[in-house]
Design a protein around this ligand. Sequence first.
Ligand code: MF3
Ligand code: CO
Ligand code: CO
Length: 274
Amino acid sequence: MVEYQHVTADMSVYRDGSIKLHGPEGFAGMRAAGRLAAAILDALVEKVVPGVTTGELDVFVREMMLDGGSVPATLGYRGFTHSCCTSINHVVCHGIPANKVLKDGDIVNIDVTPLLDGWHGDTSRMYLVGDVPLKARRLVDVTHECLMIGIGLARPGARLGDIGAAIQAHAEAHRYGVVREFCGHGVGRLFHDAPEVVHAARAGTGPELRPGMFLTIEPMINLGKAPVKMLSDGWTAVTRDKSLSAQFEHSIGITEDGCEIFTLSQTGRDKPPY
Ligand code: MF3
Ligand code: CO
Ligand code: CO
């Protein structure tokens, strides 16, 4: 049985498997963290060009997080040593910034999570490096559609499985593979909290959404088959068949009649072309 609890300040960090229901103070905290996260992804638009390294992008992200009064939630998280994840082409997620040069035609996901005043703004977008082939651009477009279709279903009374089912149906209608090994998650004062938000599911299953729940939705969609494999660095996940993979992520809060997207771009740059 799923347990829900209205959180007070001290309870909001409990890792007890319960689904937390936040109040106005949580919404205000997530709004601020989400806005900063979105502003960082906005600012990256002009930095992601052929010739830049993912390590340089990481430094830029780190400084912008610190300038904004936050700290990078990924820095030191389970041994991760960078301020964002940079996942290029067939990398599905958790790519480690390094001295790898971005080249014309690459697609790259940048995933940032500033921790601001105790709240995690977790969001990612795809960036197109120079001229990107139509097949890859279509994958990126459909992946963003998958995210927004999922968000469109997020309201009280819906079930998490409704969101996964709709995302899966849209991706598979384009013959894309939906990654199963990683999912969205509860978010808030904890980076990764209950529940798991799966991106492939049966409608009508899973926990019911209630006002005050904070979640991420972050579908990873492959041009080829769904299975992923881990590289020996222990972080980088790649498609088994080496096909391209795309991902977008928002942090949202369930309201009385729908949801609020905490990590929307304030400048309309939620997806390419920027
Ligand atoms: N931001 C990722 C997510 O969406 C988590 C990255 S954890 C890291 O949940 F350690 F790999 F950075
Ligand atoms: Co996330
Ligand atoms: Co993320």
